[in-house]
Write a protein that binds this ligand. Structure first.
Ligand SMILES: [Zn+2]
Length: 250
């Protein structure tokens, strides 16, 4: 059986001197792992498509164990991302995040579209990659059913707060009454941070990338969300995030 689908390459793994396995985020079928024969040979017809971030139409034949890519028509290679170490670090993290939440046979079109828009953003001019990172993380959480509770106390439903505490383990805001009974490690945040997260949930990633934001609020919120993701995603450590944090220090 042969099928075709639009997809983005999230990862490639070498299996021999000439072949690779591509992990694809497809529009029709969620995650697909398929062999690109000759993907490592410069003259092979599958070589141009065998790179991370490539977006195209893939024609794939069902195999007994792994599927095989027969051909690929590239819509956008996003090659500029691979030529800039900072852009590469952010985009690799977004790819790894997608790889950790999507599953075979299950579509996630909102995340698929957000990934494509984000790769386009990064390819062209973007002022604040940290803001794009925060936006992408929160949207990915939302589209994966892991959106934090930001409108009421996650334990009792109370909507009145004197101090706003965010509890990573409980998954959202925790009120004065519930703290410290139910909440072990709350982080004090402020209403600006809550409003920013709520704004991100209802706003397109392109619009998010253009907002002006205080850098210390962004840094603090990025830190909170990195920890939130580390706790709530099945995959606890992201090599690409470690790489990103390393190059940020340089
Ligand atoms: Zn409460």
């Amino acid at each position: 059986m042969i099928y075709k689908t639009d997809a983005v390459v999230l990862r490639k793994n070498k299996i021999s001197d000439s072949d690779v396995i591509l992990t694809l985020f497809s529009r029709k079928l969620g995650k697909i792992r398929a062999v690109a024969k000759g993907g490592r040979k410069p003259k092979s017809k599958l070589s141009p498509a065998s790179h991370i971030f490539v977006f195209g139409e893939f024609i794939i034949s069902k195999g007994r164990n792994l599927d095989n890519i027969s051909s690929a028509h590239i819509y956008e290679s996003f090659y500029k991302i691979r030529e800039d170490i900072s852009k590469l670090a952010y985009a690799s993290y977004f790819s790894e995040l997608c790889d950790s939440v999507i599953v075979e046979g299950v579509t996630n079109n909102r995340l698929f579209d957000t990934l494509l828009k984000t790769l386009s953003l990064i390819t062209n001019k973007v002022d604040n990659l940290e803001l794009v990172k925060l936006g992408f993380q929160l949207k990915l959480l939302d589209y994966s059913g892991l959106r934090p509770q930001l409108t009421k106390c996650v334990s009792c439903g109370n909507t009145k707060f004197q101090r706003i505490r965010f509890d990573i383990h409980q998954g959202g805001l925790t009120c004065d009454d519930c703290f410290p009974n139910y909440s072990k490690n709350p982080i004090i945040i402020n209403s600006t941070m809550v409003k920013l997260m709520q704004y991100i949930f209802k706003t397109d990633i392109i619009t998010i990338s253009k907002i002006k934001i205080n850098s210390s609020i962004l840094e603090k919120l990025n830190n909170v969300i990195d920890r939130y993701m580390g706790f709530h995603l099945e995959k606890k450590t992201f090599k690409s995030l470690e790489f990103l944090n390393t190059i940020k220090k340089i």
